[in-house]
Design a protein around this ligand. Structure first.
Ligand code: AMP
Ligand code: MG
Length: 484
C-alpha cells in the first residue's frame, strides 16, 4: 500500500502567527460551568503539540447553531482553535469511572481528551466542546492520548448520519489531521493521527456520578446533581421533588434514545456507563456499526466476544446502566423514587419504538392492537427471513401504492399483508398519499453501512483522496433523498 506522507509545507504554514483576536471561535462567550464545580471534578491539562495540522472536516451546520456566520470562520481559525489549542484555559480532563462490560473500572477519566470550553447555542442551551485525541492526561494509563484519523473519520460520519436520521446525538465540530504515525492493534500501523472536537450537550457521564459514590462523597454527588439540574434540567430547579423528577426524566430520555438507535438499525457497540451522557444524548462512537440484515445478535465491536452490547441487547443494557446509576443517586434521595423512575423505562421504550417503526411503515399514528400487531409481524418477518433491514423499508417505500387499500401487491406473507391492508383502511382515502410521504421521510436511501465507510477510508489511506468521504458525507446529510 502506498504510504501517504504528511506534507512539509503545511508544517511551515501553520507555524506562522495568526491574528488570534480576530478568530470568532476564540471570541465566543465561553462559560466556565463545569470548571465552577471545582478541583474535585477535573484536572487541568495541556494539549499535545503536533507536527502539523490539516483541517479535514468542519461542521458549518454547527457554526450556525452557535450563531456564527460560516463565511466569518476560516479553516485557519479552526486549526488555530481546535488543532493548536492556543489561548484557552483551563483545559480540563474530566474525572470519571464506569462499568465496562458489566465490570466496575475505577481507572478511567479523560485519557485522550479534555473539555475545551462551554458555550451557549442560539437556542440558549449550554454546549460542550470536548476533544478526542488531544494528548495524554493523568488518565491515559499508558495510552498515547491520540485518535487515529480513521477513528475520527468514523465518529464524524456516525454523528452526522445519526443526527440527520433524527437521533439525539453529539456532533463532530471539527476533525484535524495531526501528522503523527500511531500504532494500533486494529488498524494497519503506523496509521495517521487526528484530533476531533465534539459538540455535545454535556460530557458529564453516569460514570462521573459513579466515581463519587466509589469515594463515598455524598456531598459531591449532591453538588453535581444540583449542577446537572441547573444546566440541563432547568425546568426542575427549585421544585421540591426535583431529584425524583430528574431521574424519571433521564430514564425517559434514555429509553427514547435507545428506541431511536433501534429504529435506525444502529449498534453503538460500547455501552459502558462512561459512554452514557447524563443528558440522555448519544455520543462517543468507536467501533459502532449500522446493521445490514436484521439480526438482534448483531455485534459491532470485535472485542465484544459474548455479544454483550449486541444490537438487540441495547435496551436491556441501557436499563441496567440506569440501574447502576441508582447507587450514587441513592446517597442523596430515597431509593423508592429511583425505583419508580426506572419503572418507567420499559413502557417509554416500547411506546417510542413502536411509534418509530410505525412511521417507517408509513403511519404517523395507528391505534393498538393493530399498531402493535403490525410492528410485531414486521419485526418477526425481518428476523426469520434475515432480510436487509434498510432494504425492506426502502423497498416498501418504493413499492407502496394507494391501491393497496384494496389489494396488496407486495411479496410478503399473507398474514402481514392482511394487517397492512387493515391498517391502511383505518385511514380515510384522502390520507393515502400521506402514507407515501411518511414512508419517504422515515426510510433512508443512504445508510452508513460498513462497506461504504471502508471504501471512503481506503481512498484516503491509499491516495489521500477525500472525494468519496465528501460524497458519503453529503449523502448521509440528506439520507431520504436519492444520491446525486
Ligand atoms: P473510549 O473507548 O474512547 O470510550 O475510551 C475508554 C477510556 O480509555 C477512556 O478513559 C479514554 O480516555 C481511554 N483511552 C482510549 N484510548 C486512549 C488512548 N489512545 N490514550 C489514552 N487513553 C485512551
Ligand atoms: Mg468513552
Amino acid at each position: 500500500m502506498p504510504q501517504w506522507v504528511f506534507p512539509r509545507e503545511v508544517r511551515r504554514l501553520h507555524n506562522e502567527n495568526w491574528h488570534t483576536c480576530m478568530n470568532p471561535l476564540l471570541n465566543l462567550s465561553y462559560e466556565p460551568a463545569f470548571a465552577s464545580l471545582g478541583e474535585d471534578f477535573s484536572d487541568e491539562v495541556a494539549a499535545a503539540e503536533f507536527p502539523g495540522e490539516i483541517l479535514r472536516f468542519r461542521n458549518d451546520d454547527v457554526l450556525g447553531q452557535l450563531g456564527l456566520k460560516v463565511e466569518d470562520v476560516t479553516d485557519a481559525h479552526f486549526v488555530e482553535a481546535f488543532g493548536k489549542f492556543q489561548e484557552r484555559k483551563p483545559l480540563l480532563a474530566m474525572r470519571y469511572h464506569g462499568y465496562q462490560f458489566g465490570t466496575y473500572n475505577p481507572n478511567l477519566g479523560d485519557g485522550r481528551g479534555f473539555l475545551y470550553g462551554q458555550v451557549r447555542g442560539k437556542d440558549r442551551e449550554l454546549y460542550d466542546f470536548g476533544t478526542k485525541g488531544s494528548g495524554t492526561t493523568p488518565y491515559s494509563r499508558g495510552g498515547d492520548g491520540r485518535l487515529t484519523l480513521k477513528g475520527g473519520v468514523r465518529e464524524a460520519l456516525a454523528s452526522e448520519a445519526l443526527h440527520h436520521l433524527g437521533v439525539r446525538t453529539s456532533r463532530c465540530l471539527s476533525l484535524i489531521e495531526t501528522g503523527e504515525g500511531l500504532y494500533r492493534g486494529d488498524e494497519p500501523s503506523p496509521t495517521r493521527s487526528s484530533v476531533m472536537v465534539r459538540f455535545s450537550r454535556s460530557h458529564i457521564r453516569f460514570g462521573t456520578f459513579e466515581r463519587l459514590h466509589y469515594f463515598g462523597r455524598k456531598d459531591l454527588v449532591k453538588q453535581l446533581l444540583d449542577h446537572v439540574i441547573t444546566y440541563y434540567y432547568p425546568h426542575l430547579e427549585g421544585q421540591p421533588d426535583a431529584y425524583a423528577r430528574f431521574f424519571a426524566e433521564l430514564v425517559q430520555r434514555v429509553a427514547r434514545l435507545v428506541a431511536q438507535w433501534m429504529s435506525v438499525g444502529f449498534c453503538h457497540a460500547v455501552l459502558n456507563t462512561d459512554n452514557m451522557s447524563i443528558t440522555g444524548e448519544s455520543f462517543d462512537y468507536g467501533p459502532f456499526a449500522f446493521m445490514d440484515a436484521y439480526n438482534p445478535k448483531f455485534t459491532a465491536a470485535y472485542f465484544d466476544h459474548f455479544g454483550q452490547y449486541s444490537y438487540g441487547n441495547q435496551p436491556r443494557v441501557c436499563q441496567w446502566n440506569l440501574g447502576m446509576l441508582q447507587m450514587p443517586l441513592a446517597l442523596v434521595m430515597p431509593i423508592q423514587d429511583l425505583e419508580a423512575g426506572l419503572g418507567g423505562f420499559t413502557d417509554a421504550y416500547d411506546t417510542a419504538y413502536q411509534a418509530l417503526i410505525l412511521k417507517k411503515l408509513g403511519f404517523e399514528k395507528l391505534s393498538d392492537p393493530l399498531g402493535e400487531d403490525l410492528v410485531r409481524a414486521t419485526i418477526t418477518f425481518l428476523e426469520t427471513s434475515h432480510s436487509g433491514y434498510h432494504d425492506f423499508f426502502l423497498n416498501l417505500t418504493n413499492s407502496f401504492q394507494v391501491q393497496w387499500r384494496e389489494n396488496i401487491t407486495f411479496t410478503m406473507p399473507e398474514a402481514w399483508c392482511k394487517l397492512y391492508q387493515a391498517s391502511l383502511n383505518t385511514l380515510p382515502m384522502e390520507e393515502m398519499t400521506s402514507v407515501g410521504t411518511c414512508l419517504k421521510h422515515h426510510n433512508p436511501v443512504t445508510v452508513l453501512l460498513r462497506p461504504r465507510i471502508e471504501t471512503a477510508w481506503e481512498a484516503i489511506a491509499e491516495a489521500d483522496d477525500w472525494s468519496e468521504f465528501h460524497r458519503l458525507l453529503k449523502a448521509i446529510q440528506s439520507p431520504f433523498e436519492a444520491e446525486s
